[in-house]
Structure formats: C-alpha cells, structure tokens
Design a protein around this ligand. Sequence first.
Ligand code: NAD
Length: 509
Amino acid sequence: MKAVAEPTPSAESAIPAIPHLIGGERVSGTSGRSVAVFEPATGRHSGELPLASVKEVDVAVASAQAAFGQWRDVSIARRTKLMYAFRNLVADNAEEIARRLTAEHGKVLSDALGEVARGLENIEFACGLAEHLKGTYNEHASTGVDVYSVRRPLGVVAGITPFNFPAMVPLWMLPNAIACGNTFVLKPSERDPSAPTFIAELFHEAGFPPGVLNVVHGDKVAVDRLLEHPEVKAVSFVGSTPIARYVYETAASHGKRVQALAGAKNHLVVLPDADIDLAADSAVSAAYGSAGERCMAISVAVAVGDAADPLVDAIAARLEKLRIGPGTDPDSEMGPLITREHRDRVAEYVGIGDSEGATVVVDGRDAEFEGDGFFLGVTLLDHVTADMRVYQDEIFGPVLSVVRVESYHDAVDLMKNNQWGNGAAIFTRDGGAARQFQEDADAGMVGINVPIPVPVGYHSFGGWKDSAFGDTTMYGPEGIHFYTRPKVMTSRWPDPSRSAVDLGFPTNR
Ligand code: NAD
C-alpha cells in the first residue's frame, strides 16, 4: 500500500473520512458511529473518524493473529531491514507527519517536528533487535548440563494512545513490539488520528507483511473489546489516570500483561542558588510548551526560600512576550488547546485558583484571539498551596502554579505527598544538593537543571505512584522485556566417553 498525503473524502460529505487500516488495507467504518475531528487553530470540522464496533475490532485482531503465525519466524536479518526501511520513510516524511500533528493537535510546527524526532529514536532503538533479542547461556550448569534462555514474542498486542503525542506515543510501543516478533493493533486517540494513521501507512510501504500492524479507530467500545479479547496477549496504554487504572485492572483481570502510563503533576524545584534566568526560561518552555498538554509538562514550580520573588518576576516578564497563535505560523510559540471543552475547563481552573486564594499574576482568560480556534492565554498562579484544587488536579493546560516553601526538605515532602510521580526537576548550582535530589525525588524520571527529563530511546520511560500502573515502563530495554516472555532450556547430553561416535576420550574421564 502506498502512503497518501490526505484522508479519503467520504461519499456522503466533503469532510474527509479517516479509514481504519486492517490487514494492510484502508477500511471504511461500518458501525454507523463516527466522531468529528477538529482543527484546534480554526475550530474547523476537518475530518470524520469512524468508531469501531466490537466486530470491527475482532476483524483487526484476527488479522493480527493470522499474521503472527508467519511474522514471529521471519529472520532477524529481514526484520531489521524492514525496520530500517520504516525508519527511513518516517524520517523522509517528518514534515508531512508534523503538518498533520499541527493541524489536528494544534502544537507549533517546531514542537511537532520534535515529536517526530523523539518517535524516530524509538524506531532506531528497535533497529537493534539482533542485540536486544540475544538470549543467555550457561554451560556446565551441572556435569554435562547446559542452561540457556531465549525471549519469545507474546502474540497479538494492543496499544491505546492519548491525544497529546499522537505520533510519538504509538512509536514508543509498536517498533519494539513488532521487532520482537509480535503483531500489533493500535487504537489511537480519536482527537487527532491522522498522524498515526499516516505512520501506519508508511509502515506498510516499508514492506512489512499485511496484518503485522493494524489501526482501529474508536472509543470505549473498541478499547473494552481489546481489553477482554482472548487473542490479545498484552496491552500498552498511555492516557489519564482514571482510564489507565481502569485499563490496567480490566486487562489484568482478563489475564493480560499490562503497562498503563497515566497522568502527572510534575514539580520543578528552584533552590535559592539557582541560575534564575535559566530556571525561568526552562519553566516557561516546560510549562507552556505544547499549551501545557504534555505528561512531562512542569505544572508546579516549587520556589525555595529567597528564590521565589525573582523567579515569579522572571517568569511573568517572559510571559508578556510569549507569542500565541496557529501552530503553522513560524512566529507562534504556543498553539491552541485540543478541544473547545478542554479549553473551557482549563479556563475554569484559573477561576478556581483565584477563588481558592492563589494570586493570579498572569490571567490567561484576559488574552483575546480572533476566530473560532480553541486558544487560551497563559496563566501564572502564585502562593498556591497543597490543599488547593489547582495544585491537586491535573489541569493539562497552560497554567503554572508556584508553591513557595521554606526549605529543600519542604519541597521534597510536598512531592512525596503528591498523588503523582512522573517527572521531577531541580535547578541548583550545588552538586551535593543535586545528587541528594536524585535520591529524594519521588518520581520515575529526574532532571538536574533539565526541566523535562524524558529519557532517550535507549533508556525507558515511566513514572511512579499514580503516573503508571504495571511493573514495566515503556520503550527501550523495558519495552523489549514487556513484549517478550522468557523460555529457558536445560539440556544434558551423554558423557562424551559414552557417545556413539568415538571422540577419543579416555574411558575413566
Ligand atoms: P484519555 O485517558 O482520555 O485517553 C487515552 C486513550 O483512552 C484514548 O485512546 C481514548 O480513546 C481512550 N479512552 C478514553 N476514555 C476511555 C474510557 N472511558 N474507556 C476506555 N478507553 C477510553 O487521555 P487523553 O486526554 O487522550 O490524554 C491526556 C492524558 O494522558 C493526560 O492525563 C496525560 O498526563 C496523560 N499522558 C501520560 C503520559 C505518560 O507517559 N505518563 C504520556 C502522555 C499523556
């Protein structure tokens, strides 16, 4: 199948219909249910997405199951070549993928290109499958006994992904899963499905057999079927905490392996000795980049002691200059939010913060925008405390809360008592404090003068506490572990002196 640039126009209307991809073919929805896809920068209804029925999910799983029979035995050499071809196609089409991301998600083009680059890292890691799939071997475990292990694929695995990284998060999952010999059913977010669908088309163009990767679009109906389907052996999920918990519990109760990454409230601790300009620049890009719709976004700046006033002033000064506009405009530094409803919900939180007693230093509701796009200005809340909803809830928008504390230990305690533990960062010039923070931070990923410590593709990604369910984090070495199961062989061969062939050993050996 040749990848195409645009979704297929539906017969009934001028709004393009986005297809499922099953068995290597574009397939129109037959459930009779669909949902509108919007361009957040304009509010335009830009696509219509079919929502799969149980029957359509079953067809996708059957296609993956049929492909698994052959795919698991395709040689490592061939799998590696195909993965390199896929890598090159994604690299060659980075701008087209980014264009789709900007259109349906709203993030600025440079962010969208960054997302593709991070996704590419995961394909590149999977290209090293020969190394990742090496087994282990012990000779002479006992006299004449050798023990060795290999890692085998699981079968059909499913990936269910969120709206905020519609290209990168599927690429956290499917390259490793498929490199390991599994086949895959992807259920992308229904908000911005064009980029992952296009990537799946590139995957087929690379030459992978039909059915190795299938894409079904859908909502809870499709997700629930994947969670209970007897032929789905493992589920990778990324999304909000309530749904991650539900996915984890439901899939596990159906006997599946599950990894479910979830929501976050990431803290950036600024010590009094920090370079305040560096901390403020980092806080602004990490809190407001991608309109705050990143699971590793900084949503709480914890100002320790004397750091507070200069930090708040420095952030506020930067916000005056921050340019908000359509992601296609090269001057824009921040785009719109994903939907009108989400934009309104985030704006409501600014009001909640105000009524709870936080100081609204910059109020995003004051910003004015032309047109029907889902834009909101940036908000900076100061004097936020741990009992406020703006501190406790994941807002997932361009709102940064500043919590003032007296000491480093207060900052650490604040994080310990928080529900989530995805990322945490510290800004300081003190090596001892930085090293201590590595140990004390109650989070899965820690940054030292780095606000968003997303691990490179050859490490693994995952948070602690309510930011992740399951015991294996995503991509990198833990991804290989998740998508394979061990088989251990113990072998004994006759003593060489008793071999049927005369090997020339003395008989009393
Ligand atoms: P979401 O939980 O609403 O949706 C995620 C996926 O679950 C989508 O594919 C959606 O179709 C499906 N889904 C939604 N409701 C469902 C239901 N009731 N039953 C079954 N399936 C359902 O998340 P979102 O709004 O798309 O993404 C934003 C969230 O994802 C934020 O909370 C963010 O922190 C989180 N996130 C976490 C990470 C991480 O690595 N920890 C990464 C990216 C995003």
